[in-house]
Design a protein around this ligand. Structure first.
Ligand code: PGA
Length: 256
């Protein structure tokens, strides 16, 4: 199996000071697990730079929750992938909150992915259907559309840095995670799409599950063959819960 990846998306939580304190806790708690799992934290943009100093020498890696796609220019409020390159290796692109609350269309997500790859970042592309789409039996159509649009114009070498997070919108922050079997089924579909896009190189792309991942359900989710890790929101702010989730991923990993 692929080396698992667990990413903690803090969203718009914690001041800089609170965030740096949490990172100190995570260094102590998570570093012993990092031999088997890639651990990524995604704090708010304002915390990224001091977080890099706190994580210097640590196997815990940093990621941004979002990026613009231009290198620089009059784009008030944006940060560019070039500003992250070299010290903040991961970037989350296309989270459902960006898509829904900030009206980011597929075309922007594609531009962000292209820019992230061009700057040597490791994008985590998030996709997933809403409750209405789910209930209308549209999951396959929606997820296929999102993946295909995001990867428009991609090259084979994108596969080296890309991960995909399947996050059903109805499971995010609701305490109602998808069943492991349901998630596995949609993720198998995503894996087929990745194979169509990247051929054999797709085998190295990690597909994560996100949406109400907890200490309690992590092991069952991680046991599914298509699930290579987790994108964790609420539980990534709680040291006990996040440590348990990373430990669940470590338990499924091949020995190093
Ligand atoms: P949640 O969020 O774990 O709080 O459901 C997941 C996410 O939005 O990435």
């Amino acid at each position: 199996m692929l080396r698992p990846l667990v990413a903690g998306n803090w969203k718009m939580h914690l001041t800089v000071e609170e965030g740096l304190q949490l990172l100190q806790v995570y260094r102590a708690r998570l570093e012993p697990l990092a031999a088997r799992v890639d651990i990524v934290v995604l704090p708010p943009a304002v915390t990224l730079w001091p977080a890099a100093a706190v994580l210097r020498g640590s196997p815990i890696q940093l990621g941004a929750q979002n990026t613009g796609w231009e290198d620089e220019g009059p784009f008030t409020g944006e940060i560019s992938p070039g500003m992250l390159a070299g010290w903040c290796p991961y970037v989350l692109i296309g989270h459902s909150e960006r898509r829904q609350l900030f009206h980011e269309p597929d075309q922007w997500i594609n531009l962000k992915l292209r820019a992230a790859v061009r700057h040597g970042l490791k994008p985590i592309l998030a996709v997933g259907e809403t409750l209405e789409e789910h209930d209308a039996g549209q999951t396959d159509r929606v997820v296929t559309g999102q993946v295909t649009a995001a990867l428009d114009g991609s090259h084979r070498d994108w596969a080296e840095s890309l991960s995909v997070a399947y996050e059903p919108v109805w499971a995010i922050g609701t305490g109602r995670a998808a069943t492991p079997e349901y998630a596995n089924g949609v993720m198998a579909r995503i894996r087929r799409l990745l194979r169509e896009e990247f051929a054999s190189a797709a085998a190295g792309i990690r597909v994560l599950y996100g949406g109400s991942v907890t200490a309690e359900n992590a092991a069952d989710l991680m046991a599914q063959p298509e699930i290579d890790g987790a994108l964790v929101g609420g539980a990534s702010l709680k040291p006990d819960a996040f440590t348990a989730i990373v430990a669940a991923a470590a338990a499924t990993a091949s020995p190093v």
